[in-house]
Design a protein around this ligand. Sequence first.
Ligand code: MG
Length: 389
Amino acid sequence: MKRVAILGSTGSIGRSALAVVDAHPDRLKVVSLAAGDNAALLAEQVSRYCPDVVAMANGAGLDRLKDLCGAGAPRMSAGTEGLVAVATHPAADIVICASAGTAGLEAVLAAIEAWKTIALANKEVLVMAGQLVTDAAHRRGVAILPVDSEHNAIHQCLHGRPASEIRRLILTASGGPFRDYDAAALRLVDPDAALRHPTWQMGRKITIDSATMMNKGLEVIEARWLFGVGADQIDVVIHPQSIVHSMVEMIDGSVLAQLGVTDMRLPIQYACSYPERWSGSLPSLDLTRAGRLDFLPPPDERFPCLRLAYRALRAGGTAPVALNAANEVAVEAFLDRKLGFMDIPCVIEQTLDAHTQEDVSALNVVRRVDEWARAHARTVAGELRQPGS
Ligand code: MG
């Protein structure tokens, strides 16, 4: 029996993780859960899974949860302290980190220090603090198992082969809903259109990141830390069908690929079962129904976010922190209809231009640069603000 802590249990990945627990009640048991602001759903999960420890993102959410749970409620707390309590539950074997944005960073580091296996769905953790997190995991002998479908695919293909045997990683990208748009059409994209993703059902922030291709950019940085390869060894190809989840080219020229139906329960279950495989209830992949698999060159300058992510990765140090923070600010402003779609890369580029890079020597450096970049990006976004908004 593996005991599971879930950070972000009410989000899209968290709910899929609980579906995996439901499918394997003899193998997985929930011991602690943390949610953002959905107290009603967390209360339902508490009555169903009976965790010992739960957390909400803030005090107001915690008060709502307390009202809903009443007597017999588990131990509860809020904020970073709450996330850390959930992630370091003494009985937890594996921590599924699917909390949104940058909130999970302290909790992941605390879980590593407590010798927990990490199943990582939150790419911001490695984008912001890849060096700190992978150094800590190495020091503790803790595994970081990727849940992000592309990295999970690569992990399956590599199956323990060392980085020295990798020639390159090939991340596949659906290309998002605007793959064929020209520059003029992209400028007119609004949040409603951007929130309709052709193949994956995901949260709002990551759906916009998929539309701008920043999601793939963040995944390139994530891959660098998970697999210990350089930026020049990570390629992106557009694969609209999203059936090949990613590939690895080994040094002998052999290319290994992982294919499957597009359902996040598959990578989550693999991270939970690793190094074993468990039977699953997902339908078989029918390639004859897919008919054809297309592979196209990576996106060009219509999608500058991917280039900006490579720029930040090559620059190193705190540059990816600034990239990530500026992106979060820009995406939020776009969703609030205060910025145009093509203003998102402008905000990020201007923030990177203004950023003075430092080494990521400690978490407080990450937090300071993150705050600076958010403030700078807000100023840039204010200047770009659309007329009439
Ligand atoms: Mg992905």
